[in-house]
Design a protein around this ligand. Structure first.
Ligand code: SF4
Length: 540
């Protein structure tokens, strides 16, 4: 790392927040915020156009000058240089407002001083710099002192140390910086603080309650998906439809649907995962771009998966969460005669805490599933020709099982996408053991969502008579959902995922879909040791 030049942009991010620096430059995470987009726009103008203001007396100027300093190990692209009387002054352009009392922000101050250091080391005479604030249309002069140079060099050393470090810095506490931070969704500062210290009461939701983009499904057999400008075009036999890429969060294709290479490239480029299903809803796999280049997280995941104690601890949380949510659904929708089953489930939840082997935990989970599914019919308000007796699949032998299998497939897909976005390997789990082709971690994270999303969708479809006996095809012993009815299932499932809930731990309002990525991120924090315990999403 010693021979690497530290770009001044890195210094800027480090001064703003060391954790942001880590996420961006060590973890390789990046996402745009209003500020970063505006920042790019302003810099583009500086690079290409005339000066943005007229009040500066300009002698000679140079734009976008890239300099290196071997002595200090830094490099930077300087927005604008003004030359006067044999001296040079850098002008750093900023898209936002200056500090409240008319001073530059710390980030801008250090960046400008570092530019002066660069210029001096490259043989230029330079003892001052400016920061221009686009929103105020004003610039602030910074006179360079030895003290400022010394503290800037010390910050540069800290940046180098952190680049070589192994631990992510803790989040800022209750900082207004987090509200404007482009990586707040990834960092989860308040949630992480709350779960690692347990005494941080006011958790702010620093991400939108719902997604701006939505999953897109293409199920028409023989359809072709192509690309034109910024739109995805789906051409069927008789119809065609379009969708803006920016409105799509994921694309799911079922059965015989073709995608052109151009469309696939654009989807990959925009980090929109493409999920492939069989016509009947079996989840085959996924195509994604280079979502996450952080190999270290995956190494930690693999180490955790073979660490018997840590893996067991996460598994206990997963199983307890699953049983708690099943019990809640049964309590809310079942009959009074389920009292014993509820008590038995409660006992099993408590047993998870004292289980000492994964085999024991597996037994608890199996017992809980047996008790829960034995009482599942008490939650149903519609009878079918072939009644639900117990959970079965491959193939399902009754309508309820056909619906459960289909909805669980959609859930696996969404959980898999969340894990990939976070940078985890969906195939290496903790509770579900590794088996070729089995997305063990996706199945782990899915456990807490099975009843509150999956089973709840099935109950809603049946109890509200959205799905009826005529929506199923019986063939031998197997039962499948009729093609048009699948549309209704997907629609109902998406509505459920979009439902806003009050987060049981953090107290803010958010959609189930959003919680899934948050849970995947919290799981990753538990894997890296930043938080001690994985806490699943459970409803009351
Ligand atoms: S959200 Fe806050 S703590 Fe997290 S990286 Fe951004 S500024 Fe730092």
């Amino acid at each position: 790392m010693d021979n690497v030049f530290i770009p001044l942009r890195m210094l800027n991010e480090f001064i703003y927040c060391p954790r942001l620096f880590w996420l961006e430059f060590v973890d390789g995470q990046f996402t745009d915020s209003e500020d970063t987009i505006r920042g790019r726009f302003v810099h583009r103008n500086v690079d290409k156009s005339k000066p943005l203001h007229n009040e500066i007396e300009i002698g000679k100027t140079a734009r976008s000058v890239t300099l290196y300093s071997e002595k200090y190990g830094i490099s930077g692209k300087l927005d604008l240089l003004e030359m006067e009387n044999g001296s040079v002054s850098p002008v750093e352009y900023k898209s936002g407002n200056m500090g409240k009392d008319g001073t530059p922000w710390d980030t801008d101050l250090y960046q400008t001083v570092a530019q002066v250091i660069l210029l001096n080391d490259n043989g230029y005479k330079c003892n001052k710099g400016y920061v221009y604030y686009d929103r105020n249309r004003k610039r602030i002069e910074i006179i360079i002192s030895d003290e400022l140079v010394e503290s800037t060099l010390s910050k540069i050393s800290e940046v180098k140390e952190l680049l070589n470090g192994e631990t992510i810095p803790p989040p800022l506490v209750d900082s207004p910086k987090c509200i404007r931070c482009s990586l707040a969704t990834i960092c989860l500062p308040d949630e992480t603080k709350y779960l690692s210290s347990g005494n941080f009461s006011d958790v702010r939701r620093l991400y939108p309650a719902r997604d701006n983009a939505y999953p897109m499904y293409v199920r028409e057999q023989g359809a072709t998906i192509g690309k034109k400008n910024n739109q995805l075009i789906v051409k069927g036999k008789e119809t065609s439809s379009t969708a803006n890429f920016m409105d799509i969060s994921s694309l799911s294709v079922f059965g015989n649907v073709q995608i052109t290479t151009q469309a696939l490239h654009e989807l990959i480029h925009r980090n929109i995962p493409v999920c492939y299903f069989s016509l009947s809803g079996w989840f085959y796999g996924i195509t994604t771009g280079n979502y996450n280049k952080n190999g270290e997280l995956r190494v930690s995941q693999y180490q955790t998966s073979i660490d018997i104690q840590k893996s067991l601890s996460i598994s206990k949380s997963i199983v307890a969460g699953k049983i708690k949510n099943s019990r809640t659904l049964l309590r809310r929708n079942g009959k009074p005669e389920n009292k014993n089953a509820l008590m038995e489930l409660q006992t099993l939840i408590e047993k998870t805490a004292t289980s000492v082997t994964s085999q024991e935990l597996l037994g608890i989970e199996g017992n809980a599933a047996r008790i829960y599914f034995a009482r599942f019919p008490t939650m149903l308000k519609q009878q079918f020709k072939y009644d639900f007796e117990s959970r079965n699949r491959r193939p399902p032998t009754d309508p309820v099982n056909a619906l459960l299998s289909y909805v669980y497939s959609l859930l696996v897909k969404d959980v898999t996408v969340s894990l990939i976005v976070v940078g985890l390997d969906p195939y290496v789990g903790f509770f579900h053991k590794m088996k070729y082709g089995k997305p063990s971690l996706a199945l782990d994270l899915m456990e807490e969502y099975r009843s509150i999303v999956g089973d709840s969708v099935v109950l809603g479809l049946i109890n509200n008579s959205i799905i009826k006996e005529s929506d199923f095809i019986h063939s031998g012993k197997s039962v499948a959902i009729e093609e048009n009815a699948r549309k209704k299932v997907i629609q109902y499932y998406e509505n459920r995922m979009d439902t806003l809930i009050r987060h049981p731990l953090f107290g803010y309002t958010t959609s189930y879909r959003r919680t899934m990525e948050v849970q995947a991120r919290l799981l990753s924090r538990c894997i890296t040791g930043e938080i001690n315990e994985y806490i699943p999403l459970t409803t009351r």
